[in-house]
Ligand binder design. Sequence first.
Ligand code: M6R
Length: 612
Amino acid sequence: MCGIIGYTGPRACKGLLLDGLERLEYRGYDSTGIVLLEEDGLVRDRTTGKVAELRALVGANHSSARLGMGHTRWATHGGVEDRNAHPFLSNDGRLAVLMNGIFENYVDLRAEVAAAGHELSSETDTEALVHLLSEVYDGDLVEAVRRVYPRLEGHFAFLVMAADEPERIVAARHAWPPLVVGRGDGETFIASFLPAFLEQTRQVQYVVEDEVVDVSPSGARFWPMAGGPAIEREIEEADASIEVAEKGGYETFMLKEIYEQPTAIADTIGERYRNGALHLDGIGLSDSELASVNRVLIVGCGTALHAGLVGRYLIEEWAGIATEADVASEWRYRNPVFDPSTLVLAISQSGETADTLAAMQLARERGAKVVVITNVMGSAATRAADGVLYTRAGLEIGVASTKCFTAQVTLLTLLALRLAQLRWRLSPEQVSAIGSELARLPELAQRVLDDPALEAKVDMIARRFAHDRFFLFLGRHIGFPICLEGALKLKEISYIPTDAYPGGEMKHGPIALLSDDTPVVAVATDSHVFEKMISNIQEVRARKAHVIAIATEGNDAIAIHADHVLYVPRTIEELQPVLAVIPLQLIAYRIARTLGLDVDRPRNLAKTVTVE
Ligand code: M6R
């Protein structure tokens, strides 16, 4: 999704802005641009390429500009063309605007500014804003933003600067797109996301919805958009460091994050489980409220939803609570039926996913308690929930989510155990036994990652199957969401079509896809449905397709059923997903690399989807 950075201060800022844009590249984008206040006015450059191309375009010439803004665009309104790239300038070239989000009433706004005589040079919603501002601007950007703001509908965060106000950027946001101010020594940054300026300062102030923010070298001032006294805003120390935004010796962020999973799992468990005692601080519900939950509805998108599907099995199995997991964007539009005794559990790595936030809002409006599982402190989802459970995976930069998935499943495991404990569905001995096994997960995950035999097999599988036209993933019970996740990983970074099916469902359609050039990845770890899974594998082999099985260490018998077997350590059936998904992540990764693809920035995808 779009990335934003602005700077005002004593330094020449061209390089700072370009560096900041590079730090935002991981979020996914298709074009980029920059505007600088040079001696003779605003100078803008933009391109439908990478930030490196923008850097080449603006050239190495000295720029004395000390005020500027930069943008990475992920196209929504208007195609991927130079003319649709931000920033946008007013027709007189005195104002510049850039935005993350959507103006839903852009058709009316564009028509209005066109009728008022402004020449529109793009197909975007954002351009309407710069023309609206130029209608009312008389030397005070804060005032101009205040006057135009009530006209804007949708969800957005924008920055504005003017040639006549050489030290000022004015900003505002509505709904979920975030903005954060970075306070330096006599200089100030403002950006959509921390990594954009983390190398320069860790002193931050978060922008709240519907405020007008006046950014100058001495800091930022915040006022309610509707008027009233200035708002005091605490300066916080950012909890992320620039090191975590670096690759730390790995060839890509995704690979680094795959290898960070043992730590992410260990940190997510942290002090939450100790010798049979579970502490889920921040959950926002009392023990008696938790014990009386009679239904759990899990909502999320993509990988977060897959984690939720694993959670569904765990909560039903251990706590005996009816649980559903649904796509946030579907759930919110289908008049879902629930009452205040339902716990709505939202899962979102970023805490900024528009559809998940909208589902949370709906749930709260209808009186349900909402708890969110997220990885990002202070994200929009944390403000929209009754309670927050943080995964502690550290900043995830790879667009394909890996460590946050295993951290989410870990946290769901803790939650399911806690619900079971409060409802007396598991004895203290059972809770202790599961807890001890959970505590071993980081070490077991490390064994998967350190296994040279597994690594060699993954490489061989990547070389052997990278050019195949389709992959089918099959699993049963708790192994099925792992297949969904494996199939998503492979398709999003390798662009190979994939499908994931419950093993028993294959004969109802997808079996027609099988032939002697179809790789089928079967999650067949030891479980109460293992024999059923073997029958499904046989059905695959009878169609001469190639079986790549994920199996439990020590299960030698599976070798006669599969062409290739990747072993993961033995643990209890309910915890197996966290281990079984790792080989699937590695297969997807190696195939994409074999194909020479950019796994950290897959085409068309954004790390955080802040539009519906
Ligand atoms: O930030 P969220 O967890 O809400 O994001 C949800 C999905 O957009 C995300 O999981 C997406 O599917 C990833 N690209 C998966 O790798």
